[in-house]
Design a protein around this ligand. Structure first.
Ligand SMILES: Nc1ncnc2c1ncn2[C@@H]1O[C@H](COP(=O)(O)OP(=O)(O)O)[C@@H](O)[C@H]1O
Ligand SMILES: [Mg+2]
Length: 422
């Protein structure tokens, strides 16, 4: 028997559920697509393109729908001899207008098999001048697509310059348009009035998917990914219900389906069951918690630990002043200097913002005053499973063991739920 044998019972095409894979057809976005198409129509008429601002939470199809429509737009443009170039970039974290301009310029150069420019060493003006001169060489309509534009820290320049390039005589006879895609609407609030008005000229909002839309997306994908009859009844509906209740994020739905399939493979089953979905959900949730805890500072980890400790004692939701006492005790036990209670409160707020904690606003009228209480957002089992796996100076083996024995003592989790403990 060979050491490796191909898996053939569950997956027909595993890659279909991969992040990189682009579907041919889009489900559940008909109205949005119709609207988007209307906004792009001027391009085919040979008119000045609209600047479009597309926003909506992560995983609601902004990128995939844009790619689909722009591909169709390019096909139509070719068919009707409309000169069109689409220059698309994805903005990296913490990039600036300058870096975005370099990226756009390089994408444009690459499409024309020209050598690209280095990311440093030029002034912003040099980059824009080069961009205008390249644009003039191409002519026609040029659409600049900036996906995840909310990652740009100071986007004013680029959002101001490109749409006005023709009016300001920087370019001669090219028609320029911007499509800006953002996970966050509030991104526009910090823009200068002119950049804001450009961007908000034509807005398009993609809402979170509801359960029915998720079912349509999942069914289509599952047909391609799995062999016939592999997915048990109710599995797709269950995943759709879980995801619709959370963020309506199609990426999460796909990840759950993939993980459930892989769990089924691991247990040598020929079908994917509701139990597999439940385990996949637990696994992804605790994965998320692990990365979130790893990503916060160690001071924030201690603040988080104080809430977890209170929760293990059944003392949450807990007030900041009580948590601060706990916080100082933990700092002492790991020989760390505590911060002030004010700073600690800021940590708690930040942790609530990141969904690691849940914050309650208490208002007890004139006598009691207003205060906040905190508790752990993920359930205790998921949290313990997550911190059990990671390397952390705060959530080290000794502390996690202590938390586990406290939760058992206080019947917050049961012995059987702690199946991840060696
Ligand atoms: N309506 C849809 N039909 C088919 N697949 C979709 C749909 N919406 C999203 N997806 C898939 O879900 C994932 C997330 O979509 P994406 O377009 O990247 O979301 P966003 O850009 O809004 O964060 C991708 O893998 C994409 O292929
Ligand atoms: Mg996207």
């Amino acid at each position: 028997m060979p050491r490796f044998t191909p898996e053939t019972s569950i997956f027909d095409n595993h890659d279909v559920l991969d992040e990189e894979w682009t579907p041919e057809t889009i489900q559940g976005r008909d109205e949005e697509i119709e609207q988007y198409q209307e906004y792009l129509q001027p391009v085919i008429n040979g008119w000045k393109p609209k600047n479009i601002f597309l926003y909506g939470k992560t995983g609601v199809g902004k990128t995939v729908v844009t790619e689909r429509l722009l591909k169709d737009l390019q096909d139509s443009a070719d068919q009707f001899d409309v000169p069109l170039s689409v220059i698309k970039i994805t903005c990296d974290n913490q990039s600036s207008s300058y870096q975005a301009a370099v990226k756009l310029l390089n994408e444009l150069l690459r499409q024309r098999d020209q050598p690209t420019v280095p990311a440093t060493g030029y002034s912003q003006q040099d980059i824009f001048d080069k961009l205008w001169s390249e644009i003039d060489k191409i002519g026609g309509t040029i659409l600049f697509v900036m996906d995840e534009i909310d990652n740009i820290s100071s986007p004013d320049d680029i959002l101001y310059q490109i749409p006005r390039a023709q009016k300001n005589n920087y370019v001669e006879d090219a028609r320029l348009g911007i499509i800006a895609i953002s996970n966050d609407y509030s991104f526009t609030e910090d823009l200068s009035p002119k950049a804001k008005s450009t961007l908000r000229e034509t807005e398009l909002h993609f809402s979170a998917y509801d359960a029915n839309e998720l079912i349509a997306i999942l069914e289509h994908r599952a047909d391609l990914a799995f062999h016939e009859g592999v997915i048990n009844e109710g599995v797709i509906e269950r995943i759709a219900a879980i995801v619709a209740q959370e963020a309506g994020d199609a990426r999460l739905a796909m990840d759950l389906l993939l993980e459930a399939g892989e769990i089924a493979v691991r247990r040598d089953s020929s079908t994917v069951s509701l139990d597999d979905v439940e385990r996949a959900e637990e696994f992804l949730e605790s994965n998320w918690v692990s990365s979130a805890v790893k990503a916060i500072s160690s001071q924030e980890q201690v603040s988080l630990a104080s809430v977890v400790f209170a929760e293990c004692n059944g003392d949450t939701p807990s007030r900041t002043k009580d948590l601060y006492r706990q916080y100082c005790a933990i700092c002492e036990s790991i020989s760390r200097e505590p911060t002030t209670s004010r700073q600690m409160r800021e940590h708690l707020n930040e942790l609530a913002f990141q969904n690691l904690l849940h914050k309650h606003d208490k208002n007890e009228g004139i006598d009691g005053g207003r205060y906040y209480t905190f508790e752990l957002e993920p359930d205790m089992k998921t949290f313990l499973q997550a911190v059990y796996r990671i390397e952390s100076r705060v959530f080290d083996d000794v502390f996690v063991e202590k938390l586990i024995s406290k939760t058992l003592q206080n019947s917050i989790v049961s012995e059987s739920e702690l199946d991840f403990v060696d």
